[in-house]
Ligand binder design. Structure first.
Ligand SMILES: [Mn+2]
Length: 324
């Protein structure tokens, strides 16, 4: 059974609009797609609704605020997301968390950590590494800090930002994701501080677009599978940021970067992951999925949500000849 929870929260993204993402995914036929594969799927509704529309000021390179943007709203929303995931996992169901900006994954994956401890591997399908801390983040938007929070990364910072970051880490812990249990797929826009961080993370697996171009997608999924087996975590959480896909295919997102996964690459990734998950000897199982950063205000005819729904269908077992 799959339980869908919508998180229409977008205050920690670059642009407002992904608060409409859960509705866009529902309207794109998420439920029909998964039901047709034989799953029982329940809609748990939407969790939090921001009651403000943020003013996004033009970037000012000379002044950086001494606080995480929309910290109060975020720190109020995250425990609800975490609790929802804990209770869905407690019922033995698979949570599908529909966002919303990527900061929600701090809450969703924290729910998995609370349930499975650090016996958890995380696959971050994203153009970005999301490894900034408040001290390295140029924008102070928390959607670029989610993995840093889940890893429990500490950083030297101003007293105010340190206090805020400490509260985020308190919400995630005591168990954090181990650096050797993080993989990315589709990376192509990585900040300076994040590159350094990745180099320090012994055992992690960053699969960049360069790697995919060079070695081939099937080869990189095989490497991912091998890595997952070595990482020895029995539970896998996939966090799917729609900006992993090329903006030609998925324009409806706030941080589009050219050169992403094509339609066929994205689907092959999902299908190959499903093939491996279905193997009798597969030592890990899929325990949860985020689909984040779908922003209908940037989209054309809801294409991005439609593509994300089709991607999820492939991940949950849809094949062309449908022999299951
Ligand atoms: Mn992201």
């Amino acid at each position: 059974m799959i339980e869908v929870v919508g998180v229409p929260f977008d205050l920690c993204g670059r642009l407002p609009g992904s608060r409409l993402g859960p509705s866009a995914l529902r309207l794109a036929g998420l439920f029909a797609a998964l039901r047709s594969l034989g799953y029982v799927i329940e809609d748990r509704g939407d969790l939090v609704t921001p009651d403000v529309v943020p003013y996004v000021p033009p970037p000012d390179p000379d002044s950086r605020p001494d606080a995480i943007r929309f910290f109060a709203e975020s720190i109020a929303a995250l425990p609800n997301i975490k609790e929802a995931v804990v209770s869905i996992l407690g019922r033995g169901s698979l949570p599908l968390v529909a966002g919303g900006d990527h900061s929600l994954s701090i809450g969703s994956v924290a729910g998995a950590l609370a349930t499975f401890g650090d016996d958890l591997a995380v696959l971050w399908v994203d153009a970005h590494a999301d490894l900034n801390t408040p001290s390295s983040s140029p924008s102070l938007n928390m959607h670029g800090m989610s993995l840093a929070a889940l890893l429990g990364l500490r950083a030297e910072d101003t007293p105010k930002r340190s206090e805020q970051w400490g509260r985020v880490l308190d919400l995630v812990g005591p168990a954090f994701v181990r650096p050797s249990r993080v993989a990315w797929f589709g990376l192509r826009d990585v900040d300076y501080g994040e590159r350094r961080q990745i180099r320090e993370m012994v055992g992690c697996l960053p699969v960049t677009m360069h790697d995919i171009d060079r070695r081939g997608l099937e080869n990189r999924v095989a490497a991912l599978d091998e890595w997952l087996r070595k990482a020895k975590a029995r539970h896998l959480w996939i966090s799917f940021d729609v900006d992993a896909m090329d903006p030609v295919l998925a324009p409806g997102t706030g941080t589009a970067v050219r050169g992403g996964l094509t339609y066929r690459e994205a689907h092959l990734l999902a299908e190959l992951l499903r093939e491996r998950l279905d193997l009798k000897d597969c030592p890990y199982r899929l325990v949860g999925l985020d689909i984040v950063e779908t922003n209908p205000t940037r989209d054309v005819h809801n294409e991005t949500a439609l593509t994300a729904v089709e991607w999820a269908a492939s991940l949950f077992g849809k094949t062309i000849l449908g022999d299951r």
